[in-house]
Design a protein around this ligand. Structure first.
Ligand SMILES: Cc1cc2nc3c(=O)[nH]c(=O)nc-3n(C[C@H](O)[C@H](O)[C@H](O)COP(=O)(O)O)c2cc1C
Length: 178
């Protein structure tokens, strides 16, 4: 399976990255091909809402999203990887997702598998409620096939994350994809 990870933490060596590495290792061992796209470094401008694309067509903005679109439409699975920022995803990931607008239909028809990897400082039971609800709504709307969520509570620093159970959980998720 071809897997595209939309990596959306500004910290290249942070906690989100640790989960992505573990997931990647597991998936690679299981024979999958994983490509990580750092959407925080890519040039991806916010959707202008012009809808010149008609929700399926050429986007008027010519930037790195053209390549991301092609890669997603040639993949079997998308993984959203973002730290928790004010109880949601990072703005870089949201900006990327908004640009799905120009290939909304083709993306929906792909019936991609999907997963969510996230980390947060907070350890309360409700920490990921809003992000989970958003992700699950995207899964439903975009006709994704959810493979799982790794939601690292109490993962405020790379040290906290390294010693957490979520590293293994991310590895297992990648390893047992079918
Ligand atoms: C702008 C900003 C907003 C954050 N918002 C939250 C939050 O709402 N809840 C929380 O528990 N942690 C929050 N955090 C902490 C990060 O989610 C946490 O430190 C995470 O491990 C960072 O991941 P990274 O190493 O990949 O950057 C926030 C951090 C930043 C910089």
């Amino acid at each position: 399976m071809k897997i595209v990870v939309l990596f959306a933490s500004p910290n290249v060596h942070g906690s989100t990255s640790l989960l992505v590495e573990s997931f990647h290792k597991g998936a690679r061992e299981a024979g999958h091909v994983v490509e990580v796209i750092d959407v925080t470094k890519a040039k991806i401008h916010p959707c202008t809402g012009c809808v010149a694309c008609g929700y399926e067509g050429t986007c008027v903005i010519n930037d790195d999203m053209t390549e991301v679109r092609e890669k997603l439409l040639n993949s079997d699975m998308v993984v959203f990887a973002s730290p928790l920022y004010y109880y949601g995803m990072t703005s870089q990931l949201k900006t990327t997702i908004d640009r799905f607008c120009a290939f909304n239909s083709s993306l929906t028809h792909k019936h991609l598998k999907s997963a969510l990897l996230s980390v947060a400082w907070n350890g309360d039971s409700w920490t990921f409620e809003a992000l989970m609800a958003h992700y699950q709504t995207l899964v439903r709307y975009l006709n994704f096939d959810d493979q799982g969520m790794i939601l690292g509570k109490g993962c405020g620093t790379p040290h906290m994350t390294k010693t957490s159970k979520y590293i293994k959980d991310a590895y297992e998720l990648g390893k047992h994809l079918i």
